[in-house]
Design a protein around this ligand. Structure first.
Ligand code: ADP
Ligand code: MG
Length: 343
């Protein structure tokens, strides 16, 4: 991996941040004319903005998202994931199987930086209830013995977990669903749309006037827009420490992205990762994984694969942009230095 300082002027951007919809030319009306849809699901606001009315497509999108939420939400006792966590063995739907298979293959690809069986550790830190707590080392050691995606057995649709294992598909579900929403929209002939699932943005085509969408990248503390990405037809997913965290009495910050090897919040020097890819699910998994890997390993992973692009922000206020985004990224905040990553 080589890195070099790239020229990047400070410029003010008028853009949507981590995907608040670019909705200046869309408005709510009814039925066939309907151009936008917003509802709450999967612990976030789901919003879809079309540049041409298509109420039928939007109705199908809503039913699709609510259907998958009912299968995968850990907050619903009746979901397949909850039942699997409780019973340890369950015949699941094809859609759940598909996501589980993807999750395990993906974990292998990122050498365990991503692991859906990290869930009991996430719970022990209180991230699922907002009742935060620093678990003792012995509690973490015990919980970590059951963290290993390789111990998930799949026999057709029959899934079996190891005795103390529990899983959460939340690290990939939004990406999977964004890909599904895009497919529904395209089936309905939609050629221009922005899908936003709280930090997961999916761009269908370009804007109605043919220009690129502008997607904002949040500053590491989540209070500002650090920069913008001009893009067409891409998934853009950010994992930021600012999204969910707590601070102890000494001012140490603990966030919701975990290192499955240590059971502690990822402490890699990276504080935010934005992935740009053709695939929403791949971008979703990678944003979490590269956060865990840290700059060196993440850069090597990019060089090796080169089927995605990334913006990596470190705790030293350095912004690393992979080669394919150097022309699309523009910095909007002072105090940061922008570097390019090339093979
Ligand atoms: P969010 O889903 O909140 O936008 P991310 O996409 O970064 O954020 O995923 C983080 C979520 O995934 C956490 O809330 C946690 O439940 C789970 N998680 C945390 N660390 C990992 C990991 N290393 N592998 C798999 N899932 C993780
Ligand atoms: Mg993610």
């Amino acid at each position: 991996m080589k890195k070099s300082l790239i020229a990047c002027g400070v410029l003010l951007l008028l853009c949507s941040c981590s995907g608040a919809s670019d909705a200046e030319d869309v408005a709510d009306t009814t039925d066939a004319e309907q151009t936008s849809l917003t509802f709450f699901a999967m612990d976030t606001y789901v919003s879809v903005a079309l540049t041409q009315g298509n109420g039928e497509a939007l109705a199908e999108v809503e039913a699709y998202v609510l259907g998958l939420e009912a299968l995968w939400a850990t907050t619903l006792e009746s979901s397949e994931v909850s039942q699997l966590n409780q019973e340890k063995s369950l015949v699941v739907s094809d859609e759940t199987l598909q996501l589980l298979e993807y999750a395990c293959a993906f974990s292998e690809q990122v050498s365990g930086a991503f692991d859906i069986s990290i869930y009991p550790v996430v719970k022990a830190w209180g991230f699922t209830t907002y009742d935060y707590n620093i678990p003792s080392q012995s509690e973490l050691d015990t919980l970590l013995t059951a963290v290993n995606y390789q111990d998930i057995e799949m026999d057709g649709n029959q899934i079996t977990l190891a005795p103390d294992m529990e899983i959460d598909l939340g690290g990939l579900a939004k990406g999977y669903i964004a890909d599904g929403i895009e497919a529904i929209l395209r089936d309905h002939g939609v050629e221009s749309a922005m899908i936003d699932l709280g930090g997961n943005v999916q761009l269908v085509g370009s804007k109605s006037d043919g220009s690129q969408w502008m997607v904002g990248v949040s500053s590491p503390d989540g209070t500002d827009i650090l920069g913008g990405l001009a893009l067409t037809d891409k998934a853009v997913v950010t994992s930021g420490g600012y999204e969910r965290y707590f601070t102890d009495d000494d001012g140490n910050v603990y966030w919701h992205i975990m290192n499955p090897q240590t059971g502690y919040p990822a402490d890699s020097g990276i504080v935010s990762v934005t992935i740009v890819s053709d695939s929403g699910i791949y971008a979703d998994g990678l944003s979490t994984s590269l956060f865990v890997m840290g700059l060196e390993e993440a850069s090597e992973f990019w060089v090796e694969h080169q089927d995605f692009e990334a913006v990596l922000i470190t705790d030293t206020q350095d912004v690393y942009v992979t080669q394919g985004l150097m022309d699309s990224f523009s910095l909007a905040l002072e105090g940061y230095e922008v570097w390019g990553i090339v093979p």
